[in-house]
Design a protein around this ligand. Sequence first.
Ligand code: AP5
Length: 246
Amino acid sequence: MFVVLLGPPGAGKGTQAQALSKQLGIPHVATGDLFREAVANQTRLGRLAQPYLERGELVPDEITIGLVREQLERSASRRGVLLDGFPRTVEQARGLSALLTELGKRVNIVLRLSVPSDELVRRLSQRWTCRQCGAVYQLRAGPPDAAGTCGACRGELYQRTDDTPEVVRRRLQVYFERTDPLVSFYRQAGFLVDINGDQEVNAVTDEILRALNQRRLVNPMTLDGHSGSAKRSLGGAARKPATPRG
Ligand code: AP5
């Protein structure tokens, strides 16, 4: 199953992709995470991407499509993937379609997460990420709330350099100029499903699972082995505790 998570910065794409990856057993590919890792390691890709990330601009399409091609060619990604933050332009959407056609696959569903802009800005200003395991938190009063360490692995928490108010403004502007046109692109193709991202994290996951079930993309029997949230949203068993993210 090839799932695209579409939505502005802070809409919860990464949060949902992490939860769904566990429940559905398919890998989560986030172009933003791949670029940040490349920047941290100062690889050739990282040195190319760094100035774009720092300004909140998009990395050029040919570089980004090449990066996703490498991921999709890996055997683990061939049976399905949750794409978080890709595609972000119509050119990238066409590139994805061509890549999947080569593999004999296609996009199955595009989940568009909608959240009001003031809530996006609030979430990004309060986002802290674990350097070690990548868990993401909302910390109203900053890391002293959590002793500055990750609740899951005790790794150090940090704030992304592109979460400053100035860069967030630019990222939102870039989203509405360059990525929002994908909404009509995918709606016309019949792939788009609107999801209310402005509700509690588990409620968003449940809405997504219902959408996947309605389109016969998940098998409730297969999900039985995963978590309570999946079963619950498909009319199954009792609630289990949420994951550490959020
Ligand atoms: P990327 O890392 O993809 O950033 P983004 O799209 O701006 O998305 P975010 O990671 O900021 O938000 P999210 O929607 O994942 O929200 P999250 O779940 O973390 O891209 C960074 C940069 O890389 C780009 O600017 C560009 O330079 C480059 N790039 C990446 N992909 C590219 C591409 N395809 N083409 C070209 N360039 C590319 O949640 C945010 C916060 O909210 C967290 O604290 C979380 O805990 C909290 N939260 C989540 N859900 C909820 C909820 N339901 N209620 C309350 N809080 C919530």
